[in-house]
Every structure is written in C-alpha cells, then in structure tokens.
Design a binder for this molecule. Structure first.
Ligand code: PMP
Length: 434
C-alpha cells in the first residue's frame, strides 16, 4: 500500500516535510517526559490491591488447612494456591507448582533444567548441542514477540528462529514444516492469550495443531506463557482452547509447560508465580528445583488466596483493572485512527485484552521513529526488541505500552508518535525520489 507521501511530487513533499519539522520543533519545545516503554500498571491501578497487604497481621492464623505457612515445608505450594493455579493454567492442581514472586524466573529455571538435565529420558539440550557442533539447539520465536522470552533462550546460546504471527497465532504451516524434519528445534515460546505485543489470542485450530503436530525432536516443548489469561478489557473476553486437554487426548502432554503469575493482578514482581505440566515433567522439574529451594514464600501465597480465593474472585478484581486499562487502549485506537488512519503509513492491532498494541510503520521507519520520539521526550520500548536479537529485518515494528501514563499523558505521547511516523514516512518518500 502506498503512503500519502509516496503520492506527492517532490515540491509538495518538501513543503510537507518543512511543516512537519515545524511541528516537531514545537513538540520539542514543550519539554515532554513521557514513558511508554514497558507494560507496567499505573500507580493508581496497583493501588487497588493494597487491601491485600492488610490481610496478614501479627495475630493472623497462618495456616492453609493443615499447612503452616509460617514455616518450611509444602514445597509444591499451599493447597489453596495450587487449586487457583490449576484454574489459571487449565490443569489439575496436582500438576502445578506455586513458586516465587513472578513467572519469568520459573520460565528461566525450566529452560535451564531442560538445558542442563533434559526431561523424560531425553538427553539434556546442552548434550545435544555438544554432540551436534554443526546443528545448534534452536527455539521458535513468534514475532513480534516478548523480548524477555527471547533473552532466556539467547542467554543459553540457543538459536532463536523468528516465526510470523498471524491473526490466529503463529504461522502453523511454517511451524509444522520446520519441526517435522529438524530435531534440533527443541521448543517454541507462546503467549497464547492477548499475546505480547500483538494482543492476538491463538485460535482453537492453532492450539490443536501445536499440541498434535509431528515433531522430529522427541523432547520438543511448548512454553505456554499464559501471562494475560484473565486480562480482558471487556466483559466478552477472547476464548482460548485448553491445550492440556487437547494434548492429554493426543498423548502429547509432556510437550506442554504452562506459566502464569499474579504480577498484573496484584503487585508486579511481588505476586505469586505458577507452573503447570504433565505429572512426569512436573516431577522431574520439582526434583531438580528441590536442590536449591526448601519452600517458596508461603505467606505471600496465603495473602493472595485470602484476597483472591477463586478464579471468579480474580475475574471480579480484573474488572477493576479493566476500568483503568480500557480508556487507555481506546485512546490509542482513537489517536492512531485519527492521526494515521487515512495516511497509508501504518497498521496496528486492536486488542481486547493484555497490555500492548503492536504497531507497524513503513519499511525502514521504526528506528528513526523511536529516535525522533525520544528527541520529543517520549520513550518507547526499544525499537527492534520485539524480534530475536533486537533485529527487526524490515524495521517496521513498535510496541505500544499504554498502561502506565495517565490518559492525558498517553494522548500527548500518541500525538508525538503520530507526528514522528508522519515525518519519517515523508522523509522516506523523499529519499526514494532522490
Ligand atoms: N510473560 C509475559 C508474556 C509478560 O508480558 C510478562 C510481563 N511483561 C511476564 C511474563 C513477566 O511476568 P512476571 O512478573 O510474572 O515474571
């Protein structure tokens, strides 16, 4: 699709660029300092969980059933929290562990365990790597995706392979083709509901194909990070098929390891983290984890389950979060549609939940847009971060994280983004004419 700037002659373009540059100069003079870099809830949003902090006091009963949460023991997590974890992840409570304060560290631990120790009789991934010098261990990374996922596998020397996201989740034709013949591809990162950053929810067909596809690697693992499983913006949320049920039926249950946390439900980084897997994989993971952990913070687990005892209670709480997030997402949609809708310069996603909007400008624009926004006082997520190794081959993608600023700040930040996209698109059109 042509941008409006590509349809202009050089004189018209020069005039347009000059007037856009005037607007940029005016924006710079305003001395803005706005942050749309990371998906953090706003301070007043976090405040809605403060009552949880009053739940445990010096006189509180610290038992969950027969478990004394004030002492060592109950490595797997307290029973009420495991029940909640099972509801979050869609598997039986006995197939879950409730661990520390966040999910990313659990994901890091699981991948590290597969790397060092292997699972279910398969050799460690590190042993595979050592035995196949010409064939490094690889991981599939749906793009645009979550930079911290890519960082975990990159840190181990695993080669991250980008796979395109579609409206229905990652491109399954491509994935099935890749995994069918290459036993060095050991897994895939997935954020199946309200994906980071596209906000896309995997279709049932995608979930089924992932769970049932033929994999050359017997130890292929789906890392199912359901970080946004209850993060609906509207009463009618996206539906995600239960991958454990499908995998169980297909006999591929060992393939799936699921994660979630209460980071964006109660306190980011100070919540409780969950992992769920088949009985065999979970037992092996627990065995290795026990080498370094006597028990997680059960007082925090107790505080959480007394505050949010059931998934229904969680959903009620999430409605309060949605009150903060909905106007911000609607502001993004409105500002982008008004500012860029008729320019042909951009496409973006329209999530109904999660924390992000994925934005694509013209080829070769994103880094320049990010730099120009920074000059105008608006910080975006590092451009390129949505791709493995920070390398977006077409340099188009920008992750918009609207949750932290106030609606007024967000609105001002989006004006800046729109202006930057227009100027860079016009400059790119002019450069193409030279
Ligand atoms: N997974 C995804 C997909 C995320 O977007 C985030 C937060 N940005 C996390 C995990 C981190 O969660 P936690 O705080 O539980 O580590």
């Amino acid at each position: 699709m042509q941008t409006i700037y590509q349809q202009m002659d050089s004189g018209e373009l020069a005039q347009t660029i000059a007037s856009l540059k005037d607007e940029v100069a005016a924006a710079k003079a305003r001395g803005l300092a706005l942050d749309m870099a990371r998906g953090k809830p706003s301070p007043s949003q976090v405040d809605i969980s403060r009552p949880m902090l009053d739940i445990l006091g010096a006189d509180s009963d610290l038992h969950d059933g027969s478990v004394d949460c004030g002492n060592y023991g109950c490595f797997e997590g307290i029973p009420s929290a495991r029940k909640l974890a099972g509801e979050f992840l869609g598997c039986p409570a006995e197939q879950t562990l409730v661990l520390g304060s966040s999910s990313l560290l659990i994901e890091h631990d699981i991948v590290g365990t597969f790397w060092r120790c292997g699972t279910c009789g398969s050799e460690p991934w590190s042993a595979y790597a050592a035995a196949h010098e010409d064939k490094p261990v690889k991981f599939l990374c749906p793009v645009p995706g979550y930079d911290r996922h890519f960082g975990i596998t990159e840190d181990l020397g695993i080669v991250n392979i980008p796979v395109a996201m579609t409206e229905d989740g990652p491109d399954m034709d491509e994935i099935e083709r890749l995994v069918a013949s290459d036993d060095s591809i050991k897994g895939i990162w997935c954020v199946p509901k309200y994906s980071n950053p596209t906000g896309i929810t995997f279709s049932e067909d995608t979930v089924r194909r992932l769970a049932t596809m033929t994999c050359a690697a017997p130890d292929f693992r789906i890392l199912w990070d359901n970080a946004y499983c209850v993060h609906d913006l509207y009463d009618e949320g996206d539906e995600l098929a239960n991958i454990f049920d499908i995998a169980h039926e297909a006999g591929t249950e060992d393939r799936v390891v699921a994660f979630a946390s209460t980071s964006k439900i109660t306190f980011p980084g100070a919540g409780i983290g969950f992992v769920g897997a088949s009985p065999a994989v979970l037992a092996e993971f627990a065995h290795h984890l026990k080498a370094g952990l006597i028990s997680a913070d059960k007082l925090n687990q107790l505080r959480h389950v007394r505050f949010l005892p059931t998934l229904d209670a969680v959903r009620e709480h999430m409605k309060k979060h949605a009150e903060f997030l909905r106007p911000r997402f609607e502001c993004v949609e409105q500002k982008l549609a008004e500012g860029l809708g008729s320019t042909g310069c951009a496409t973006w996603t329209h999530p109904r939940g999660g924390y992000f909007v994925s934005f694509d400008g013209p080829e070769g624009s994103a880094k320049r847009v990010g730099a120009l926004c920074a000059e105008m006082g608006v910080r975006l997520t590092t451009v390129g971060a949505t791709w493995p190794y920070g390398e977006d081959p077409h340099d188009t993608n920008i992750r918009i994280a609207p949750s932290y600023p106030t609606v007024e700040e967000l609105s001002a930040a989006l004006d800046v983004l729109v202006l930057a996209v227009k100027l860079v698109s016009a400059e790119l059109a002019a450069e193409a004419l030279e």
